[in-house]
Design a protein around this ligand. Structure first.
Ligand SMILES: [Zn+2]
Length: 163
């Protein structure tokens, strides 16, 4: 961000609370950088896990969980239900939290990926613009090229449970 969203003044860098932060000298507003928040679905079927192949950068051609960014007016649970439907056409129910993964390997910014166990209620697998080839993998068959952004951490943690 280069200009104050309140008054339009050019932001300057100023040391505030031990860090250089964007600051509006006019309104004296500090622009704190924030982590991005994603929500992902761990969907299991007969000891297999559902993965999709990303078509877009970053991590094009890599495998990840159905997932996406959480919008400002929805909860992570709502986000994961929406994303799973958009990406793979399944209506799911969230059953419990798996874990929260911090990532610093996404060129779009650092963030956290909140991963939930989800159970499929209805629908059939489809492909979308961003994700193709939805496939259920056994632990031993999980591809080596996994997406960053917390996906590799979440998938490998699941993989460890079955090896
Ligand atoms: Zn301002």
């Amino acid at each position: 961000m280069r200009f104050c969203s309140n008054c339009g003044t050019s932001l300057v860098l100023k040391e505030i609370e031990q860090r250089q932060r964007a600051y509006c000298p006019e309104c004296r507003r500090v622009y704190y950088e924030q982590l991005k928040i994603g929500a992902g679905a761990l969907i299991e079927l007969d000891r297999k896990i559902l993965l999709l192949k990303r078509t877009k950068e970053p991590f094009a051609g890599c495998w990840n969980l159905p997932a996406g960014y959480v919008e400002v007016d929805e909860s992570p649970v709502q986000a994961v239900i929406r994303e799973v439907y958009e990406e793979v056409g399944l209506r799911v129910e969230v059953t419990d939290l798996v874990d929260v993964y911090f990532f610093n390997d996404d060129p779009r910014g650092n963030g956290i990926l909140v991963v939930y166990h989800c159970v499929v209620r209805e629908g059939a697998l489809i492909e979308s613009d961003e994700a193709v080839a939805p496939t259920y993998f056994f632990s031993k068959d999980i591809p080596a090229n996994l997406s960053g952004g917390g996906h590799d951490q979440a998938i490998r943690a699941w993989q460890k449970l079955y090896t």
